[in-house]
Design a protein around this ligand. Structure first.
Ligand code: ZN
Length: 158
């Protein structure tokens, strides 16, 4: 076995994309309200990345560049094609992103697997997205936390 590798496909996607940092990948995978509603309709069946992308309403590259690197459950058939179970994906996304229930001055560190205090968060704007960028005080990983409208964070929290 091991003849057909998915590398070629991933490589083809990668070459025209700029390299994303881990915290950008994390942000990119967040779904908006419409996408979350569509996510809820996924069935207990296998979807190809393009089918999944169409069902939820994101670009299929997001599967390869965001969800798989972040560890979403998937399987590979004998030809190296990737299949994703809709139900598992839905649960995984919900679980992965609900960790954002944090105190006002915290961000979630995926390395430490817990909420950590944001130290000197930088406020960043990218288009209509606002977020704080900071460094994990424990492991030094870069962390991003979305700023939700109506739930501002005290910039200089104690
Ligand atoms: Zn950490």
């Amino acid at each position: 076995m091991g003849g057909a590798l998915p590398r070629e496909e991933e490589g083809a996607h990668r070459k025209k994309e700029k390299h994303m940092k881990p915290e950008e990948i994390e942000l990119k995978g967040r779904l908006d309200g419409t996408q979350r509603n569509r996510l809820a309709r996924l069935l207990d069946m296998l979807y190809s990345p393009s089918e999944l992308a169409e069902e939820v309403g994101f670009d299929q590259r997001q599967v390869y560049r965001v969800y798989i690197p972040l560890g979403c459950p998937y399987e590979k058939d004998s030809t190296g094609r990737i299949w994703i179970n809709g139900l598992l994906f839905k649960n995984w996304v919900n679980d992965h992103y609900k960790k954002q229930n944090l105190k006002q001055n915290e961000a979630f560190c995926l390395t430490c697997k817990k909420a950590v205090k944001m130290v000197d968060p930088q406020r960043i704007q990218e288009g209509r997205l606002f977020y704080y960028l900071c460094t994990c005080p424990i492991c030094g990983r870069k962390l991003a936390r979305i700023i939700v409208r109506g739930k501002p964070i005290n910039d200089q929290s104690e």
